[in-house]
Design a protein around this ligand. Sequence first.
Ligand SMILES: *Cc1c(COP(=O)(O)O)cnc(C)c1O
Length: 464
Amino acid sequence: MTDKEKKIPYKIYLSENEMPTQYYNVRADMKKKPAPLLNPGTLKPMTAEELGHVFCDELVQQELNETDPYIDIPEEIRNFYKMYRPSPLVRAYCLEEKLQTPAKIYYKFEGNNTSGSHKLNSAIAQAYYAKKQGLKGVTTETGAGQWGTALSMACSYFGLDCKVFMVKVSYEQKPFRREVMRTYGASVTPSPSMETEVGKKINAEFPGTTGSLGCAISEAVEVATSTEGYRYVLGSVLSQVLLHQSVIGLETKIALDKYDIRPDIIIGCAGGGSNLGGLISPFAGEMLRGEADYRIIAVEPKSCPSLTRGKYVYDFCDTGEVCPLAKMYTLGSQFIPSPNHAGGLRFHGMSSIVSELYDQGYIEARAYEQTEVFAAAEEFARCEGILPAPESSHAIKGAMDEALKCKETGEEKTIVFGLTGTGYFDLTAYQQFNDGTMTDSIPTDEDIAASLAKVPQFPGNETK
Ligand SMILES: *Cc1c(COP(=O)(O)O)cnc(C)c1O
C-alpha cells in the first residue's frame, strides 16, 4: 500500500490534548553524562548557588538535573504553547516528487509564530520561571535577532522587563527584528555598548568594532548580575534550553507513531544545538536505552564548523570570558566566524549534550557552504511553498542529499528533518544569492589552530 493510499496527510496536526505535558530530559538516559559546567576560577563544577547569581533558580535546577527523565511543563507554559503549537509535521510530497526520490521526507515546521523560529519554545519557559521567582526582568544577547524577538514576546506575555544586547552590526543592518523586539516592549542596546564595564573595555581595545555574540553575552551577564531583580537568560547551548526544545521531538514522535512511521534518518541544523537536541531527544533516548536505532545527522555551516573541525574541550561560552566553562566541541571562544547569513549558526561552540552524544557516536555531522545551502533553500521554497530561514536550510540541504542518495540506491528511507524557521527577515541574503554575489568563506586550519590556542589550558584540557 502506498502512503497516499494509507492516507498519510500532507500535514499531520496533533490536537491540543495530544500535546506533551512533560519535557523529556535525555541526560537521564545517558550512561556517560555530559561534563558539568566549571567555575573558570577554581575549575570545580559550578554549584547551584553560583549559577543562581546568573540564572533563575528553577532553571538552575533544570540545568543541573541529569536524573529525572520527565519534567512537568507548567500549565501556564502549555497555555502559551497553544497559541502556536502543536506545530505541523509535514510530509514533503512536493519535494519528493521534484527530486524523483523513493525516500519519504517529513519536516517539523517551527516557523509558524511571529518570532519565526523554534526559539519561542524555550523563551516562554524561561520567562515563566523568572516571573514565578518574582524577578523584575531578564537580560540577554541576540545576534541576528531571532532569540531576542522570541524573548521579547515571552516577556511581554508575563509582564517582565526585557533588556537585549544586540550585536552592533545586526542592530544597524537588520532593523526589522530590532523593531519587532521594541514593539513587544523590549529595550534593545547595540553591543558593545558604553553601559557596561566589559563593553567599555572591548570598545577601548577594539575601537569601531561591530561586536560579536560572545561580547553581547558578556554585557548581558554583567547587567543581570549587577542589577537587583534581574537574571540572565540564554537561547541555546544550555541543557535547560534543550530540555524545553524537547517539545519539538516529542510532538514529532507522537505524530509519527499515529501513522506507524519509523524514521531512518533524523536531520537538524546545529548552531548551539538546541533545535537539533530538542528534535532528537526522544529518539536518542530510544537509542540510549537500546530500543531503536536511527541515523542522526547534525548540519553546520563550513564557515563555523564546530563539530566537524573543532576540539572537544572545556571552553568559555563568551568572548568576554565571564561565563562558566563548558565542555563542548569548540573552535575557541576567540574564533570570529567569517560573515555567513545563517546568523543563528555562528556560534563557536556546541551544546554539551549534543557534543557528548556526538563524541559517543550517536550523532554524525557534516558541513555545507552557504551557496549550496541557499540553492537548496530556493529549490525547497519553489516546491514546498515555505520561504526557509538560512539556518534551517542547512537541514534542508542535508535531507535533500540523503533523498538523492536514495534515488541512486532505490532505497525508500524515511527522513525527518527540523525546519526551524522562516526567512522573511533574511531577504538581503536571498538578494545576494539571486544576484550571484554570495560568497563562501571557510576558515583555514591555521585560523582554527590560532583560536584553539587561546582556549584555557589546564591538565586534561590541552588543545595541542
Ligand atoms: C537560532 C536558530 C537556529 C540555531 O540554533 P540552535 O540552538 O542550534 O537550534 C536554527 N534555526 C533558526 C531559525 C534559528 O533562529
